[in-house]
Design a protein around this ligand. Structure first.
Ligand code: BGC
Length: 728
């Protein structure tokens, strides 16, 4: 909703250029009224992260106004503040550097250093009159207890400081007004609050709190202290093999909180920053500190859980729980890659590879729609989608890798499949088209995608062919060229566009692909050829894939590109049991290996910690990266067999594929059209099934198909046609 009018008479206000990069600026405005309003609404935004209070009560949600493509759009929030308005009032706004400071161009840097803010408080009175308090030069700049704050480095706060006035705010020009829009996503909220499960004195003699769960957010603590006592803490995701605090994998992110106490009891939590962590090292602390007064607050976009999986295998259940946590931890307004190191970016490849699983786990419609709006803004005139959205690095055309920029086609199409909105497809169709067109225009070899910088099968585990090479980058990019073109055709047909040109293009891409790539040497190459429907002789490729896995001791070797699809490739090739083996393997590398190493979230790399307890290179070793968690869409879609027969689950296909490798499976998915439940259980060497569908469903069990209407049903494999009719 665009309601820029509301800001018409308010001004952007700012401080003089901050002295230090991470300084935090405090604005204040006092005003009196002689009658109480029946309604009071605060509209506010800032070029940084703001926290707003009225009469001492915090009004704003965490990390507002949100991470966005600020070069194009600046979101604002609206808060109902009727209950906090008195006759004498004080509005306070603290602005830290936030994500805005990441942009590198001169103009944005100039604005960022001034911590701009814009606000209007609209008061409506009983007699119908209105009055507005707007940001202008009458607002004061005051000393701030929050001295410095940065997303990566953490925050410093001095509770002793007085908020004394030192200058009037300066009025800036209103040139940013054209970018204002009302925040359209899922607001970030505080969720789980977790107490330490353990206090550890490490071999190095350090005092460490263990919260038992890797999460994203911050620490809140209460302490009774003497004035000037200090509390300094650092975050980490893990301890090392010796049990010492380890945060080298945060790279340059200091992730440190420094708090200087006033006299007496006090409570604090960081205001303008967040971090991914499980452990907290207390480096300096008041004598009286009590670890029971520390709590880890988990912070993420307010997405609702819709999918649940439970099985007879506890290790698998733990892994699924880890995937859920990694999703929450990386849904911070934008789908980010990881929440701890000096990165935390909207990497497009990670999004497209994980988005289907994400939508089975949580209702992501609003969350992804907001981010897709940013993709639309960031796609340039020619069609290039940068590898990171928001494009804070200013990558533009330089960052345009296959499988990353293909988010332009994959995300709209997946959103359509899961939620059924043709409007969304229409809105993003042009972007899909531009993406395919720019590949066609810029490739060095017709009908293949050659000549850009591609990441390839990122972080694969030595997925090497018999002649010693890794998955070919031009193989992956050309496969994605075909895939994106196919999705464009499907989207175009759905919304009634003429796609004949793209059908012809698609045929040529597939033909050229088959003529160019005659063999498939790695697991990932086989996977793409099968899942993107590119292999001429699928049976041979499927056999090759099984051989490659077997040759590797029954282990997966794929990286970002192959991993989300490898089990699909196997089940499409009638290798369901083999796929179960891979899913349930605990040997390294495997999905469940990390569980054995104590993981509480999904790792970026297969061997983030190797068998001997050694860490992979700290430069790329996040313990909270969701991409490898994408495997669990296979449990929803194949083990439980829940897929949309019509977009948005208006009709469902339920085709469970059980295996003797599990005793039972229980999956529920609250789809866009209602709750679907699939349970199966092994009994005397055959399977019994329970199915609940909210809409008409085609049920396929052990090769036999039946159509059912909304309802609950029981089946058993042998007597399929004798299914107990509706049980409610
Ligand atoms: C990120 C990834 C990302 C990649 C690009 C990394 O540093 O953490 O998840 O997709 O860069 O290859």
């Amino acid at each position: 909703m665009v309601n820029k009018e509301i800001f018409l008479h308010s001004r952007w206000i700012e401080s003089a250029e901050v002295k230090n990069r991470d300084d935090v600026v405090l604005y204040k405005k006092n005003f009196n009224i002689n009658k109480k309003p029946i309604k009071a609404e605060l509209y506010i935004t800032a070029c940084g992260i703001y926290v707003a209070w009225i009469n001492g009560k915090r009004i704003s949600f965490p990390l507002t106004p949100g991470f966005d493509s600020y070069m194009h759009r600046i979101p604002y929030q609206k808060y109902d503040v009727t209950n906090v308005i008195r006759y004498e009032n004080e509005i306070k706004v603290s602005v830290g550097r936030g994500w805005f400071g990441w942009y590198r161009d001169e103009e944005t840097a100039y604005i960022s250093k001034r911590r701009r803010v814009k606000a209007v408080l609209c008061l409506t009175f009983f007699d119908g009159t209105k009055s507005c308090i707007e940001t202008d030069e009458s607002w004061s700049l005051c000393e701030n207890k929050c001295i410095s704050s940065d997303i990566y480095n953490g925050e410093e706060y001095d509770a002793r400081k007085e908020e004394v006035f030192y200058a009037n705010a300066q009025v800036a020009t209103n040139e940013l007004d054209g970018r204002l829009f009302e925040f359209e996503g899922k607001k970030i909220k505080e969720h789980e609050k977790i107490k330490p499960v353990k206090t550890v004195i490490t071999p190095a003699g350090e005092f460490v709190l263990d919260f038992g769960q890797n999460l994203t957010g911050y620490i809140e603590f209460s302490v009774k202290a003497k004035e000037g006592e200090k509390l300094r803490l650092s975050y980490a995701e893990t301890l090392d093999a010796q049990g010492n605090f380890y945060n080298k994998n945060y790279r340059s992110a200091k992730a440190q909180i420094i708090y200087v106490c006033k006299d007496g009891c006090q409570t604090y939590k960081p205001l303008h920053t967040f971090c991914g962590f499980r452990y907290v090292r207390l480096e300096e602390k008041p004598e009286s500190v009590d670890e029971n007064n520390f709590v880890a607050i988990s912070v993420y976009s307010d997405i609702k859980r819709v999918g649940k999986i439970n099985s007879s295998n506890p290790t698998l259940n733990k892994f699924i729980n880890n995937v859920i946590w990694s999703q929450k931890d990386n849904f911070i307004d934008v789908p980010i890659d990881c929440p701890q190191r000096d990165e935390r970016m909207g990497w497009t490849g990670d999004v497209q590879l994980y988005c289907r699983t994400a939508m089975y786990n949580f209702d992501c419609k609003k969350f992804y729609t907001r981010w897709l709006n940013m993709v639309k803004c960031e796609q340039d005139y020619y069609g290039y989608v940068p590898n990171v959205v928001p494009d804070v690095y200013g990558y533009g055309q330089a960052g345009f890798s296959s499988a990353w920029s293909d988010v332009a086609t994959v995300l709209p199409w997946t959103l359509y499949q899961m939620y059924g909105s043709k409007e969304l497809l229409k809105k993003h169709y042009r972007q899909m088209k531009k993406h395919v067109d720019v590949i066609t225009k810029t490739t060095e070899k017709k009908y293949l995608w050659i000549g850009q910088e591609h990441f390839g099968d990122w972080l694969n585990f030595n997925d090497i062919s018999s002649d010693g090479r890794r998955s070919r980058k031009e193989f992956i990019s050309s496969a994605y060229y075909a895939y994106s073109t196919k999705l464009l055709i499907l989207a175009g047909e759905t919304i009634g566009r003429n796609v004949s040109k793209y059908k012809c293009l698609y045929e040529n891409i597939v033909k050229t692909f088959q003529e160019t790539f005659l063999d498939y040497g790695t697991q990932t190459e086989c996977v793409l050829a099968l899942v993107f429907d590119l292999a001429k002789d699928k049976e041979t490729v499927a056999r090759k894939l099984v051989d490659l896995i077997t040759l590797n001791g029954g282990n997966i070797r794929t990286g970002f590109i192959g991993t989300p699809y490898i089990l699909h490739a196997l089940s499409l090739s009638e290798q369901v049991d083999f796929a179960y083996d891979l899913l349930l393997s605990t040997k390294s590398p495997s999905w469940l290996y990390s569980v054995g190493k104590g993981a509480t979230t999904v790792w970026e790399r297969w061997e983030g910690i190797d068998k001997n307890g050694n860490f992979a290179a700290a430069s790329l070793n996040s313990f909270n990266h969701y991409v490898f968690g994408s495997v669990i869409d296979w449990i929803y879609m194949v083990c439980a067999g829940i897929t949309p027969k019509k977009a948005g689950f208006k009709e469902v296909l339920i085709s469970p594929k059980p295996s003797q490798k599990l005793d039972w499976l229980d999956v529920s998915f609250n789809s866009n059209s209602g709750e679907i439940v699939v349970k199966w259980e092994k009994k005397n060497n055959r399977f019994n099934y329970y199915i609940k569908t909210p809409v008409k469903a085609a049920v396929v069990i052990e090769g036999q198909e039946i159509e059912v209407n909304k309802g609950e049903y029981r089946f058993n494999g042998k007597e399929f046609n004798q299914y107990e009719k509706k049980i409610i």
